[in-house]
Design a binder for this molecule. Structure first.
Ligand code: SF4
Length: 301
């Protein structure tokens, strides 16, 4: 995060407000080394201002609202040592990691030779130059797609939608493993038409990118102004994604195993079983379905 504060230029780039260990499934990333542990960090700030942001105290730090934040300096060498001691990869989440791209580059430079990868949860609102910087160093990314058209995206987030899809396509083309999250936001990404538009756009980029449909819970500026998503809406959204040709469509916290488990696109047998934000059993062998030999897209080992 960078800002002008009166006559001063301020940055909070080598800083983190979060440092804890959690599972890769919580990002959510379901097709990247299931069961991996992540040392998760969050540098303050975000390039968007979503009206429903659940992490607004961290993400909106530095804006005029004067949100309080109690971060600590982030020393890359110490972070890598801590990750190594705990057998973790590095994960960025809760805020927008592209605003602290120097921290990612430093961690990747130190951690790469030691086999400690960096993963992101991102809003995808990046320039092509930023994409070119991170593509060689970030191994996997979950990116939000929050709307089906530019006008709705600008109204919800303050930013354009086109750069998000361009980021997804560019990173995927350069070999970064990408999964997508879409919260069912009322009026923006919850109607069958809006969901179908998003799903077809994703399928045109790469139908093997897992699509996570998230239950919407109104917070921040949308608190009290709309209702949480219903399980039936999530089930319908999942069907829309599958009909659009997406191979893997997931729902967390609704529909039980049907929303969490992976079925082989070749034979529809269950090949990965998950609990809530955890992987329980992977039935793949070398990434292949044991029933039909289909090679499931993802990074499994
Ligand atoms: S992109 Fe994510 S972190 Fe940033 S404001 Fe939107 S919901 Fe919050």
């Amino acid at each position: 995060m960078r800002r002008r504060n009166g006559a001063a230029l301020e940055t909070a780039t080598f800083a983190t407000a979060v440092q804890h260990i959690d599972a890769v499934e919580r990002k959510p990333l379901y097709h990247w080394r299931p069961g991996s542990r992540l040392l998760t960090l969050a540098a303050p700030g975000c390039s968007l201002r979503c009206g429903y942001c659940i992490n607004y105290r961290l993400s909106q730090f530095g804006r005029s609202g004067g949100e309080e934040w109690t971060g600590q300096p982030a020393d890359p060498a110490s972070i890598i040592e801590l990750a190594a001691e705990n057998g973790c990869a590095i994960g960025f989440s809760y805020t927008e990691p592209s605003l602290a791209i120097e921290l990612t580059l430093a961690l990747a430079g130190l951690g790469g030779p030691r086999g400690i990868p960096v993963l992101w949860k991102s809003n995808g609102f990046m320039t092509p130059e930023a994409v070119a910087m991170v593509a060689p160093v970030v191994r996997a990314m979950n990116i939000d797609v929050k709307a089906s058209d530019d006008r709705a995206h600008r109204k919800l987030t303050g930013g354009a939608l086109t750069p998000v899809f361009e980021t997804i396509a560019a990173l995927r083309a350069q070999g970064v493993w990408i999964e997508i999250s879409t919260p069912l936001i009322p009026g923006t990404s919850d109607s069958p038409e809006q969901l179908a538009t998003i799903a077809h756009t994703l399928a045109d980029i790469d139908a093997a990118m897992p699509w996570h449909l998230l239950r919407f819970t109104p917070t921040f500026q949308m608190a009290g102004r709309s209702n949480p998503s219903l399980p039936a809406d999530l089930a319908q959204a999942r069907e829309i994604g599958l009909r659009a040709g997406l191979k893997f469509v997931y729902i967390e916290r609704a529909l039980g195993a049907d929303g969490r488990d992976t079925r082989c696109p070749g034979c529809r047998q269950t090949v990965v079983e998950r609990g809530i934000w955890s992987t329980e059993t992977v039935h793949l062998s070398g990434g292949r379905c044991p029933h039909c030999e289909y090679r499931l897209e993802g990074v499994w080992e």
